[in-house]
Design a protein around this ligand. Structure first.
Ligand code: ADP
Length: 337
């Protein structure tokens, strides 16, 4: 999965580079900066002393010392001053410049904290949106594994409005499900009562072969086998006029995995991968269910994950990264592979 949101302490992440939300002196501070210097040891501070500071929105790179990463990229986020002082542009620049350095140093993987969202006071939901927007557009052009590290996970990481809309969407569907379950029970009781003057028809009788219909033998039944998941995926990519890379990047799916799916007509994706492709292809709810069925999955109202996916599809929001932010906020698995 090229872009992953994870809950962790960034100093524990094993990857090529971690990004530090530093201050302009680069001489250490509190929050994630303090944690990184503490875990890296004194060598990091000595190297930082030679860098001559760093301007807001810019980035500089050092070694990782005792950290489980090769490099630390130090970037200085903007202080929040109400939002009309170029904060957004400066924060975008932090992510862009850090990714540029990571690329220059041939990093295959990089981990970011939520820059500026601590002591510098940038509100978390818009800070996360800036991060996701810049990182996802970088990943459209570049191959890299990027971790967005959330330290203090709370619902406010996505906007309050989106969170409460999804929450009530989930609540409504759960209510439906319970109502459905009650109806089912009532129906079951009715079915068990004796019926007078009526033949009770077995629910499956309609689909049983009649004498006139010849039952299919196994060989001919197998001859009518449907299009597979990967065949449907490739057909849909063509129909939508997309290139393969546009599709797998939009799906947050790794290039290597996509080649595997492309070359194996019987490939069995995980549910999160199958849905990621349905989202990238902007399929309707019905088409999504069809595609999922080909991979042996369904969408139901019996779990939050499925309802959240349904919420985004019915609202025609096909941004995998936004969906992942919401899934993360509701403690669900993320889309992609
Ligand atoms: P800033 O000064 O840029 O606001 P902070 O370090 O105060 O930087 O906070 C930036 C973000 O880093 C906050 O969301 C905070 O929760 C998070 N954070 C703090 N410690 C860690 C850590 N060890 N790993 C990952 N994220 C962390």
């Amino acid at each position: 999965m090229p872009l992953q949101i994870v809950r962790n302490d960034i100093t524990k992440i094993e990857c090529d580079a971690i990004v530090n939300a530093a201050n302009s002196t680069l001489l250490g501070g509190g929050g994630v900066d303090g944690a990184i210097h503490k875990a890296a040891g004194g060598g990091l501070l000595l190297e930082c002393m030679r860098l001559g500071g760093c301007r807001t929105g810019q980035a500089k790179i050092t070694g990782g010392y005792n950290l489980p990463c090769k490099y630390v990229i130090h970037t200085v986020g903007p202080k929040w001053k109400g939002g009309h002082n170029g904060e957004k542009e400066l924060l975008e620049s932090c992510y862009r410049e850090s990714l540029k350095l990571a690329k220059e140093y041939n990093c295959g993987s990089v981990a970011f904290p939520l820059i500026s969202s601590g002591v510098y006071g940038y509100p978390k939901a818009p800070a996360l949106k800036v991060a996701m927007d810049v990182i996802s557009s970088f990943l459209l052009e570049n191959d890299m594994l990027v971790y967005m590290v959330i330290f203090d996970k709370a619902a406010y990481q996505i906007s309050e409005k989106l969170f409460s809309e999804i929450k009530s969407y989930i609540d409504d569907r759960y209510v439906d499900r319970h109502r459905d379950a009650r109806l089912e029970r009532m129906r079951a009781v009715q079915m068990s009562q004796p019926l007078y003057g009526m033949e009770r028809v077995h629910p499956q009788a309609a689909s049983l072969p009649t004498a006139a219909q010849k039952p299919l033998d196994l060989e001919s039944a197998l001859g009518t086998i449907d299009e597979s998941f990967s065949e449907m995926l490739l057909r849909k990519i063509d129909e939508k006029g997309m290139t393969d890379s546009q599709c797998y990047k939009k799906a947050n799916v790794d290039r290597k995995l996509f080649s595997k799916i492309r070359s194996d007509v019987h490939y069995h994706p995980s549910k999160t991968t199958a849905i990621a492709f349905a989202i990238a292809l902007e399929l309707s709810l019905e088409e999504t269910k069809d595609m999922l069925m080909k991979a042996g999955f369904a969408l139901s109202h019996s779990n939050k994950f499925d309802i959240i996916i349904e919420y985004f599809i019915t609202n025609s929001n096909y941004n995998v990264f936004e969906i992942n932010e919401a899934l993360f906020a509701f403690d669900q698995s993320l889309l992609g592979a």
